[in-house]
Ligand binder design. Structure first.
Ligand code: COA
Length: 365
C-alpha cells in the first residue's frame, strides 16, 4: 500500500513504496517505471527480469534497512524515485555506520529539470534529521548525475571506473607465467580454490583476514564506516544466487593459515556472458612479488573453464589504485565508464533545498 503525502502545492506527490505491502497494481507500475529507468540509464545493458527485481526487493536485508520513495506527476505517472539505505540497528558496528545513509535514484528523462530530484531530496533531509544521520553518499556515473550533485553542493570524494575485458584477447602464455611465478616453491604459498560456493564454516574463518585486506583498498577522501566482509551478507547473497542461479569463486594464496593474496569473483546466470570481478588484494608484506597477477590468472582460467559462454570480465577500480589499474591494463581491461562518489551533510542539503522552494523556482522561471 502506498502512503501518500502532498508535495507542496505542486501537482506532484511523494509516496513510500513498501515492497511488503504494495498492491499488485502498485507493483506493476513500479516495475514498469524501473524497466524504463534501466533502459534510460543503462542503454544496451541486459536488464534483470521483473520477477527477479521483485524478489530481491522483497528479500529481507539483515544488515540494512532500505527506504524507497516514489514521485508521481498530476496524472499519477511515476516520474522519479529515491533509494536510501541505512545500517540496521543492533547489527555489528552499528555506531560506526549510524551517521551514514547511502542514496541513489533518478528522474525519468522526460521529466528532468523540473525540480523533481530536489523534491525527493527533501525526503532525504527528513530521514537524516529524524534519524540523526550526518552524511549522505551518492554514487554517480552519468553527466546529469554529476551536474546535479555539484549543484546540490555535495563534494566529490572518490572516483572509480568500471573496466571491462574480452576473454578472447587474453594472452594464455602470460596467464600461465603469472600463475607459475606466484606459485613458485620459493614463496612457500599454498593455493586454495572454491568454485560455486564457499562453505560457510570456511567463510566464517575468512571474514577477519579478508576484511583487513578490503579495508586497505583505497577510497580517497570518502568518509565511511569500516569496510568489512560480513557473514550475514554472504547468507543473503547466497540465498539470492540459489534462487536465480550463479556462482561465487574464491582463489586464495595462503601463508600457513594467513591470507597472502585473494581474488574473488562471481558469475550470474542472468548475465551468463560475464564474469564479475570482486576483490583482489595482497597483504602488505607480500606485495611486489607478482601475487596479484597470480591470483587473477588462476581466477580467469578457472571461470573460463567452468563457463565457456563467458566472453567478458567486468571490474570496478579506484582511479587512485595505480597498481591494480596497471595489472588490469596488462590483462586487456579498458575503461567502460567513470563513476564518482559524492557526499553531503545535512546543513549543505538544507541550504540547497532552501534555494529550491517553489517560490524561488517560480521567481527564477
Ligand atoms: C540527476 C537527476 C536525478 C536530476 O533530476 P532532476 O529532477 O532533473 O533535477 P532537478 O530538476 O531537481 O535539478 C536541480 C538542479 O540541479 C542542476 N542540474 C540537474 N540536472 C542537470 C543537468 N543535466 N545539467 C546541469 N545541471 C543540472 C541544476 O542546477 C538544477 O536546477 P535548475 O534546473 O533550476 O537549473 C536526473 O538527471 C537523473 O535521473 N539522472 C540519472 C540518474 C542519476 O545520475 N542519479 C544521481 C543520483 S544516484
Amino acid at each position: 500500500m502506498l502512503e501518500s503525502r502532498a508535495a507542496d502545492a505542486r501537482p506532484l506527490s511523494i509516496s513510500v513504496f513498501d515492497p511488503q505491502r504494495a498492491t499488485a497494481e502498485e507493483w506493476a507500475q513500479a516495475l514498469a517505471y524501473w524497466r524504463l529507468r534501466h533502459t534510460e540509464d543503462h542503454p544496451g545493458e541486459p536488464r534483470p527480469d521483473d520477477a527477479h527485481t521483485a524478489q530481491n526487493m522483497r528479500q529481507y536485508t539483515p544488515l540494512h534497512v532500505v527506504h524507497h520513495i516514489l514521485a508521481r506527476d498530476a496524472h499519477g505517472n511515476l516520474v522519479g524515485g529515491l533509494y536510501m539505505g541505512v545500517r540496521r540497528e543492533g547489527t555489528p558496528d552499528y555506531e560506526a555506520h549510524a551517521p551514514f545513509v547511502n542514496v541513489s535514484g533518478g528522474v525519468r528523462q522526460s521529466s528532468r529539470r523540473q525540480g523533481i530530484a530536489s523534491l525527493l531530496l527533501c525526503e532525504l533531509l527528513a530521514l537524516m534529521d529524524a534519524e540523526g544521520k550526518t552524511t549522505a553518499t551518492f554514487n554517480v556515473h552519468l553527466p546529469e548525475g554529476h551536474a546535479f550533485l555539484a549543484a546540490t553542493g555535495a563534494a566529490e570524494k572518490h572516483r572509480s571506473m568500471e573496466n571491462r575485458m574480452a576473454f578472447a584477447d587474453l594472452d594464455d602464455d602470460a596467464l600461465a607465467r603469472w600463475r607459475a611465478e606466484a606459485l613458485a616453491p620459493s614463496h612457500g604459498l599454498r593455493l586454495e580454490i572454491h568454485a560455486g560456493r564457499v562453505p560457510f564454516e570456511r567463510l566464517a574463518t575468512l571474514m577477519a583476514p579478508l576484511s583487513a585486506l578490503l579495508e586497505d583498498a583505497p577510497t580517497t577522501g570518502l568518509a565511511r564506516p569500516p569496510m568489512r566482509f560480513e557473514l550475514e551478507d554472504f547468507r543473503a547473497w547466497y540465498a539470492e544466487i540459489d534462487r536465480r542461479g550463479g556462482e561465487h569463486f574464491l582463489v586464495l594464496l595462503l601463508d600457513g593459515d594467513g591470507v597472502a593474496a585473494v581474488c574473488d569473483a562471481s558469475w550470474n546466470q542472468l548475465y551468463p556472458d560475464r564474469m564479475f570481478q570482486r576483490l583482489t588484494a595482497v597483504a602488505r608484506h607480500w606485495r611486489g612479488k607478482g601475487l596479484a597477477k597470480g591470483v587473477k590468472a588462476v581466477m580467469l582460467q578457472l571461470v573460463r573453464e567452468r563457463h565457456l559462454g563467458v566472453v567478458m570480465a567486468v571490474t570496478q577500480n579506484a582511479e587512485v589504485n595505480a597498481p591494480m589499474l596497471a595489472i588490469n591494463r596488462q590483462l586487456g581491461f579498458a575503461p567502460h565508464r567513470h563513476d564518482a562518489a559524492y557526499q553531503i551533510g545535512t546543513e549543505s542539503l538544507r541550504t540547497f533545498l532552501s534555494t529550491r522552494s517553489p517560490a524561488s523556482r517560480e521567481a527564477r522561471a
